[in-house]
Design a protein around this ligand. Structure first.
Ligand SMILES: O=P(O)(O)O[C@@H]1C[C@H](O)[C@@H](CO)O1
Ligand SMILES: Nc1nc2[nH]cnc2c(=O)[nH]1
Length: 306
């Protein structure tokens, strides 16, 4: 396999192998832990952490809820590597840096990638805490010049034109729903849907939320899609799970300030609606509260991959 120009793959692999026992150096499954979902590491046995700042080419995650280390170990006896902390374009990381760890994990030998993220719910049927297995995505940045695969071909043996109609593995999703059944989860606890990728770091304005819902997205977030593209280019099977941490506020009407002022001037009482704003603290809190279900599902899928 040839390397992406200017990315120090050989040095990264050497640095990792120098810190990880040989039995764990060729993981089968890669896992990316989303905001507040780092607790997945608790189900890794024989744990060995490698700090990102010791791996050539890796950046540091600057987002609360994202640590900056790779976790090597086993899950149900299967060798795995988990990213405790990912890179987002809104932190200022170039897209090739955002997806570099995925390419490094591919070079370590993973065949399957499980991505997790925290996301806002656009579909009103999705309660906070629901886990959504992505069956599709809608990425306005991809369609308007922010595609992670723009630029020189990754290597002469990589494909230039990557289909995305089959990006999210039906086989892995099948294992997920078998897992939900075996774990006795409520049928509504895990479902499937379409993820809208936005660059962030702002959360959606009401009109943006309304637009994304109208064009078919069920959840919205600021990560995952660049990683999916790189993973597919590397030939990995991909599953992506969103934890709905908040409902995106999509009001049918706006506050009518003009009417409120008129009522005030006429001496009539004015009922003010409660302000609804999302915060990263809330996202992390729900991640912590509901992360265990995500962890158990990931554990089940990893152990069940043939
Ligand atoms: O890394 P993920 O996608 O889980 O993080 C989400 C999206 C933003 O980075 C952040 C917003 O609260 O959480
Ligand atoms: N864009 C976006 N990302 C999120 N991550 C967690 N919640 C949200 C949200 O409401 N919007």
């Amino acid at each position: 396999m040839h390397d992406v120009p200017q990315l120090p793959f050989d040095a990264a692999i050497a640095a990792i192998k120098a810190q990880v026992p040989e039995r764990l150096q060729s993981p089968r499954v890669g896992i990316v832990c989303g905001s507040g979902l780092g607790g997945i590491v608790n189900s890794i046995q024989d744990l060995h952490l490698v700090q990102y700042n010791t791996i050539p080419g890796f950046a540091e995650s600057t987002v609360p809820g994202h640590k900056s280390s790779l976790a090597f170990g086993t899950m149900g006896g299967v060798p795995v590597v988990a990213m405790l902390g990912r890179f987002h374009p809104y932190e200022g990381h170039p897209l090739r840096v955002v997806v570099y760890p995925i390419r490094v994990m591919a070079r370590l030998g993973i065949a399957n990638l499980i991505l997790t993220n925290a996301a806002g719910g656009l579909n009103p049927k999705l309660a906070v805490g629901t886990i959504v297995a992505l069956h599709d995505h809608l990425a306005l940045p991809n369609m308007t010049g922010m595609n992670a695969l723009l630029g020189p071909l990754t290597s002469p043996t990589h494909q230039r034109f990557i289909p995305l109609s089959d990006a999210y593995s039906p086989g892995l999703r099948r294992l997920l729903f078998l897992g939900a059944h075996h774990l006795g989860l409520d049928p509504d606890a895990v479902t499937e849907g379409t993820y809208a990728w936005v660059s962030g770091p702002t959360y959606e304005s009401p009109a943006e939320g309304r637009f994304l819902r109208l064009v078919g997205a069920d959840v919205v977030g600021m990560s995952t899609v660049p990683e999916v593209l790189a993973a597919r280019e590397e030939g990995l099977d991909v599953m992506a799970l969103s934890l709905v941490t908040n409902a995106v506020v999509i009001p049918e009407t706006y506050r009518d300030i003009r009417a409120e002022v008129a009522a005030e001037l006429a001496g009539k009482p004015v009922d003010l609606p409660p302000a609804q704003v999302v915060s990263h603290e809330e996202v992390l809190e729900i991640g912590k509260a509901k992360g265990e279900v995500m962890m158990k599902l990931v554990e089940y899928v990893v152990s069940a991959i043939p």
